[in-house]
Write a new protein. Structure first.
Length: 271
């Protein structure tokens, strides 16, 4: 992993993990197209840490508020407000993806890394599903309208994000829109729901890294990957939450369709 590759992949991770366009698809397809070597465990840790830093920096007030509401609800044994229920809904929504991810992440990733055509197809298919949800959902509910059933349904949808090309933020926003949440609430809940998953992935990979150590030649690229992923991830959160306040998600749908079709064209007619 050289410095240029680290900067490019960190930038891709920052932008695409947050936006509904699939970070895993980009992190597989770009190195595949340019014949770059595998990034390895060290850089995977860097990318997850960068994303976690970006989300924590932007949502630090939400995190502190949810932590306070969580302990308050436990201490008083009351879930009488939407604010007190929210942290429990996020934990409940995290469970399906955590179980499925722990069980299937390795086999799924190994299978899809060798199937770029399927990844490109998923960019298109789930882009169209996002378009359908954005155009047909009632968008009548805000954060107070989230129920346990909503959280579990969105959490189950998040399991599909194991497949590169689906997009974790894309599929959770799609599910939230189909359930009637408005765009801003869908995006915000998607980000909050991602925090335990991203944090868990970073902690697990840090544990593996602690056992094996960081090779000297990978330390600087790792720092570059963390910095670029965090910086562009933060910008992406700001961009998406501002966009959904005044516009549709069609730009991301169009990007997915063009990128997926372009990759299929390269796969079948050029390479």
């Amino acid at each position: 992993m050289n410095m240029m590759h680290a900067a490019i992949l960190g930038t891709l991770q920052g932008f695409t993990e947050v936006l509904p366009i699939s970070s895993s698809a980009h992190l597989i397809l770009v190195p595949w197209f340019f014949h770059w070597p595998e990034s390895g465990l060290t850089f995977d840790v860097a990318l997850h840490l960068g994303t976690l830093i970006a989300l924590c920096l932007y949502f630090w007030r939400d995190i502190m508020e949810m932590a306070g509401n969580f302990f308050s609800a436990i201490g008083e044994r009351r879930l009488d407000t939407a604010e007190r229920r929210l942290p429990f809904y996020i934990l409940a929504g995290t469970v399906p993806a955590a179980i499925v991810g722990k069980t299937l992440e390795g086999p799924v990733e190994d299978y899809f890394r060798g199937n770029p055509a399927l990844i490109a197809s998923f960019l298109i298919i789930f882009g169209l599903l996002l378009a359908f949800a954005d155009s047909s959902g009632s968008k009548s509910q805000d954060m107070r309208g989230i129920t346990l059933k909503f959280a579990l349904a969105i959490g189950l949808a998040q399991c599909l994000a194991l497949m590169p090309g689906v997009s974790r933020s894309g599929i959770t926003i799609t599910a939230a829109l189909l359930l009637g949440l408005n765009r801003e609430t869908s995006a915000r809940f998607s980000f909050l729901l991602s925090l335990p998953i991203v944090a868990g992935a970073a902690i697990l990979q840090l544990g593996h890294l602690a056992r094996h150590g960081i090779p000297v030649d990978e330390r600087l690229p790792m720092l570059v990957g963390i910095a670029t992923s965090a910086f562009f991830g933060y910008l992406s959160v700001v961009f998406l939450l501002r966009l959904v306040q005044r516009s549709t998600l069609f730009p991301f749908v169009l990007y997915r369709l063009i990128t997926g079709a372009g990759m299929l064209g390269l796969i079948f007619f050029v390479r």
